[in-house]
Ligand binder design. Structure first.
Ligand code: C2E
Ligand code: CA
Ligand code: CA
Length: 546
């Protein structure tokens, strides 16, 4: 029967426990949930007392720390792990990297790194097969010492992990200041509330780790639901009871032999050389640029299931979207809300093009937005998308947006009024035509075709109208010049011109239509009979007017 030992019993038996290896290691595998392969393991300290049975860290580590014994226990455990790795090497078994916990009290001891390095050399273990887990709390205890220790470990080639990331208050700053290689997150944050506050914290940490290009391991994963959730937000590396409890050395050795291994890779590979770390620093030049100079921009991830997750949006982005929401609101909201099926398809097609081309790709999509103050609205957004990073299944996308709702609405109004105009022209003494600037084509209205005997399409306009004498020779150059002016973007032209051999005075008008970039696209022409007071209507032949 196991019984918890009290402080005095622990202290009295400590020396013997070290010598007899009663203090030993259990190993918990770390698994890639996607592939089922092992990416590493963590060594966890156990103390088996011949009299009282198995003791757990929660009960004896605080006692060892308090009595300045943890250093010796940790160095002992490191040696145990080296001995295990040596055993594998000697048996010809492929090693899996094993993480060892470092107490903050170890870091206070300036000889800790030297002590473990001597042991590693003694057992001749490749340095990449040993990882060291430090915690946020030890960092808080002394940033300078911590930074130096990590630098020394890196110089020697060790991989350093940040354990229990996010449990402290200054996590973001810690990551910025400490040059760790791997982040470990505890599922504890999420217990019982997937999608709740814990979910949001975990999610933003995962997104941040990606942006920093760091591998991320989640521990304490007990259920399939939790593992699937982590996977859904792009975190595949899992350590927890779901896959394996901490195992005794022999049992672990069997797993190492049985399960295939694979290396840990960063959650996200950046395509472009952006210094991601500074991006999260509110005072960095990059953040300054992002916030103030680049226009409306955002950064999001897009995965193979079509899920979009915002990482950052700047103030101008919020403005362009016409919302009085905060960055947090946008990040928390479902991106696809507001898109109808058609517009979503357009947007996703463009995303896929951007993924394939590695270039900037653009699209225009309409979305319904809802804002607390202004109610519902429908907006048109032009998006310029560029993929700047990727994993196999998830992409990091930088998007710049323009709100082009007003332009679009003007355009619609114009074609609407044109339609109305055309309809009206059929009723009154008006001839209308449409001139396409790019190819100099003219399409006459039905009335023109009937009265002037024109085909439905005239090439090289206005020459055919001049040749046919509709525009008389003395007005030909002026009329040609109008078309040059239209091409240069003159929005409106009008004059009284005597048309046809009969030199019947018509009020001729042109209205230019522009595309969204302000380039002239088409011009709508009309000729209205100038009716002199008392003149009988020369209506061009239909005779219905008077
Ligand atoms: P830790 O470093 O965060 O280790 C993870 C703890 O979570 C371990 O507890 C592990 O057994 C437990 N765990 C793993 N999977 C699950 C799961 O699915 N659900 C739950 N509820 N728990 C899970 P353990 O072994 O009791 O260790 C507790 C803590 O003691 C460790 O937390 C670490 O801070 C410390 N510790 C363990 N070994 C050492 C060591 O060699 N040196 C030092 N200084 N501290 C150690
Ligand atoms: Ca740990
Ligand atoms: Ca942990």
């Amino acid at each position: 029967m196991d019984r918890r030992m009290d402080e005095q019993e622990l202290l009295d038996s400590f020396e013997d426990a070290l010598k007899a290896c009663h203090i030993h290691a259990c190993y918990q595998p770390q698994i890639n949930h996607r592939t089922g392969r092992m990416v590493g393991a963590e060594a966890l300290m156990r103390w088996r007392n011949p009299e009282y049975g198995l003791q757990y860290p929660a009960d004896f580590i605080p006692v060892l720390e308090k009595n300045d014994l943890i250093y010796r226990a940790d160095v002992h455990l490191f040696e145990t792990v080296c001995r295990f790795q040596r055993r594998c090497l000697d048996k010809g078994i492929a090693l899996v990297p094993i993480s060892v916990n470092v107490s903050r009290y170890d870091i206070y001891r300036h000889d800790y790194v030297q002590a473990i390095e001597d042991i590693r050399r003694k057992y001749d273990i490749p340095v990449r097969q040993l990882r060291l887990e430090i915690t946020e709390s030890s960092a808080i205890a002394g940033m300078k010492l911590m930074t130096q220790t990590i630098a020394t470990l890196h110089d020697l080639g060790y991989v350093v992990e940040m354990d229990d990331f996010g449990s402290g208050y200054s996590s973001l700053n810690i990551l910025k200041d400490l040059d760790v290689d791997i982040i470990k997150l505890d599922m504890e944050f999420l217990r019982g509330e997937i999608g709740g506050r814990g979910g949001i914290i975990i999610n933003s940490v995962v997104q941040m780790a990606k942006w920093l290009g760091m591998p991320l391991i989640v521990e304490g994963v007990e259920t399939v639901e939790q593992a699937d959730y982590m996977r859904s937000i792009g975190c595949d590396y899992i350590q927890g009871y779901l896959y394996a409890k901490p195992l005794a050395e022999d049992a672990f050795l069997q797993e190492v032999e049985k399960i295939e291994h694979e290396p840990l890779t960063p959650a996200m590979k950046l395509r472009t050389a952006i210094n991601a770390g500074v991006f999260w620093d509110p005072n960095s030049m990059e953040t300054l640029i992002f916030s103030n100079f680049v226009g409306a921009a955002a950064l999001f991830t897009y995965d193979e299931n079509g899920k979009v997750e915002f990482l950052r949006v700047n103030a101008k982005y919020l403005q362009a979207m016409g919302m009085n929401n905060s960055e947090q609101d946008i990040i928390a909201a479902n991106f696809w809300d507001g898109f109808d099926e058609y517009n979503r398809a357009v947007y996703e097609k463009t995303l896929r093009q951007a993924i394939a081309s590695g270039d900037e790709e653009s699209c225009e999509t309409w979305r319904d937005i809802h804002s607390a103050c202004c109610g519902d609205d429908r907006i048109c957004i032009r998006s310029h998308l560029r993929v700047i990073g990727s994993t196999g299944t998830q992409y990091l996308v930088y998007v710049m947006v323009q709100n082009i709702t007003a332009e679009k609405k003007n355009y619609q109004l114009l074609s609407e009024s044109e339609r109305r105009f055309r309809f009206a022209s059929e009723q009154a003494n008006v001839y209308a035509w449409e001139y396409t600037i790019a190819n100099h084509q003219m399409r006459p209205c039905f009335r023109c075709m009937r009265d002037l005997n024109l085909p439905p399409l005239l090439e090289n306009y206005p020459e055919p109208a001049i040749d046919a004498g509709i525009f008389p020779p003395d007005y030909a150059d002026m009329y040609r010049d109008w078309h040059r002016q239209i091409e240069q973007g003159v929005p409106h032209l009008e004059a009284i011109i005597p048309l046809t051999v009969g030199r019947i005075p018509f009020h001729v008008r042109y209205t230019t239509e522009f595309d969204e970039n302000g380039r002239p696209l088409k011009a709508y022409g009309s000729a209205t009979l100038v009716v002199d007071r008392g003149a009988s209507g020369a209506t061009g032949g239909d005779g219905a007017g008077q």
